[in-house]
Design a protein around this ligand. Structure first.
Ligand SMILES: Nc1ncnc2c1ncn2[C@@H]1O[C@H](COP(=O)(O)OP(=O)(O)OP(=O)(O)O)[C@@H](O)[C@H]1O
Ligand SMILES: [Mg+2]
Length: 309
């Protein structure tokens, strides 16, 4: 028989019993503090780094959207586009130039007087005139712009000819897809969309195909978080190009001889989803590139001039 052990003395259990007549209520969960009421933080903006222009845009462009940069030849589209990329470089972003109008070596030549450092701009050479590769000097310049290995990777091995036939929207789209798998570009400049469309039409693409391809390209870039600038010659008001319809906004440039000097103007023609200054401002191309006046252009009474001569 097992001997019975005395019961261990347990510590008394304290039970909160409400006094008679008082109903016990379960403790309520902690209440979250309501958020402090105040202005919502401003949406992040993609800046040009040009004070006058960024202020016209209320701080900059809305990121991850495509925008048109339109103006006649010599109005400053390529320069402004390059400054947009250089601002990205300054902010340590990855940026890409899709060079269609001119080969990269020529672009380097054109901006030499500005002493800009373009070495960190990645370049996708979509220029049909591969003659630029003929001279050793040019190849060295291209080396300086980005490493030759990545350029070889960018070059489509199925390139059939050295003419414009293979500069299709589809080939640019495929090359961009390949590039964006490797490098997370934040800014892309396509210079110019007019040339891309010209080559697309020459390759026999119909307008509907062209429109679908531009749409796929722009949607893809937006989904990847890229803010894209497409340069373009202004089209007649009666012609609505696909890029005009598909871009979220448009910045226009113009120039005109006034007496003996060249006057230049910039204005935001349209911009979806953000407040912006609609007035025109004068701009100047100086030793540091483009600077935009802080006030509106008084010379024209704030009216956008007709096309430049
Ligand atoms: N160092 C410089 N100083 C002042 N102006 C310059 C300098 N370099 C170029 N320019 C001016 O910049 C303009 C060329 O700009 P840009 O090449 O950006 O024009 P664009 O609109 O791209 O023309 P296109 O449609 O022909 O490609 C020219 O009018 C030229 O006079
Ligand atoms: Mg240009």
């Amino acid at each position: 028989m097992i001997p019975l052990r005395p019961l261990e003395r347990l510590p008394p259990v304290r039970v909160n019993v409400p006094p008679p007549g008082v109903k016990q209520v379960a403790p309520s969960p902690p209440v979250a503090k309501p958020p402090a009421i105040g202005p919502s933080p401003p949406a992040a903006r993609t800046k040009f780094g040009i004070r006058g222009l960024d202020s016209m845009l209320g701080g900059g462009l809305l990121p991850a959207r495509p925008y048109l940069l339109s103006g006649p030849t010599g109005s400053g589209k390529t320069l402004l586009g390059l400054q947009f990329l250089l601002e990205g470089i300054r902010l340590d972003e990855k940026v890409l130039l899709v060079a269609v109008d001119e080969p990269p070596a020529e672009i380097l030549d054109n901006v030499r007087s500005f002493r800009w450092d373009l070495s960190r701009i990645h370049t996708l050479d979509a220029n049909p005139g591969l003659q630029a590769f003929r001279r050793l000097g040019d190849v060295q310049e291209i080396k300086a712009l980005h490493d030759v290995k990545s350029m070889q990777e960018m070059t489509d091995p199925n390139r059939k000819t050295q003419t414009g036939e293979d500069i299709s929207l589809q080939s640019i789209y495929l090359k961009l897809r390949r590039q964006l798998e490797v490098v997370p570009f934040r800014r892309v400049l396509i210079d110019s969309m007019t040339a891309v469309r010209h080559f697309a039409l020459r390759a026999g693409e119909d307008l509907q195909t062209e429109r679908t391809e531009i749409q796929s390209l722009l949607r893809f870039l937006s989904e990847k978080g890229v803010t894209t600038l497409l340069t373009s010659q202004p089209s007649p008001p009666t012609v609505l190009t696909p890029e005009t319809v598909l871009c979220r906004g448009e910045i226009s440039l113009s120039r005109q001889w006034v007496g003996h000097s060249m006057e230049r103007w910039i204005w935001v023609s349209r911009m979806r989803g953000m407040a912006h200054d609609t007035r025109m401002r004068s701009f100047h191309i100086g030793t540091d590139g483009i600077t935009v006046a802080s006030g509106e252009a008084s010379e024209t009474g704030g009216q956008a001039p007709a096309t430049s001569p």
